[in-house]
Design a protein. Structure first.
Length: 181
């Protein structure tokens, strides 16, 4: 995730304090933004260029993954602040009744197919992210990559969220953290 903005560049930890950030809502994104010191504001998604321009101007920034920014149509944000504070993932979900109805061979096949699909989807998402990022740069958007010390400070601010959301996400958080280390 990044913070797209027409009026705010983020470089230091003090730059984030009190920022009013539009978000697609939900407890995890809102808590992450609050832990940074920002003020999350729930917003409804829109594909209208006029509405997106108004949104960019009414907040200090809008939280979004790069691939959602392609929907800004002709509205090009002045700044992209690469906070990378959240993963953009695709989940493969099956009901217990469906999964339990599968034989062990079918479960194994589903698991393997899921791994292949996830790898392909991730590769495609990364390529699309780079395409959108490059098109924004060509259109004049300034990309702000946060310095390492600011990233460390943001991670410190969000550390309590791992404990808070562990009951909801179980081992997933532990596994993600192991991959990151």
């Amino acid at each position: 995730m990044v913070i797209a903005s027409n009026n705010t560049e983020i470089h230091t930890i003090s730059d984030v304090d009190g920022l009013r950030i539009g978000t697609v809502s939900g407890p995890l994104p809102e808590e992450a933004l609050r832990s940074f010191g920002m003020r999350p504001v729930s917003m409804n998604g829109s594909d209208s260029a006029q509405e997106n321009h108004a949104l960019l101007d009414s907040f200090n920034g809008i939280e979004a993954p790069y691939i959602r920014l392609r929907n800004l149509s002709i509205v090009i944000p002045k700044y992209i602040n690469e906070t990378n504070h959240s993963l953009f993932l695709t989940a493969i979900i099956a009901s217990d009744s469906f999964y339990d109805s599968l034989s062990s061979k079918e479960k194994k096949a589903l698991f393997e197919a899921s791994r292949v699909a996830a790898a392909v989807e991730r590769k495609d998402a990364i390529a699309l992210k780079e395409q959108v990022k490059n098109s924004l740069i060509k259109a004049g958007t300034k990309i702000n990559t946060l310095p390492p010390e600011t990233i460390v400070q943001l991670k410190e601010r969000t550390a309590p969220l791992y404990v808070k959301f562990e009951p909801e996400f179980g081992n997933l958080i532990r596994k993600i953290r192991e991959i990151q280390e």
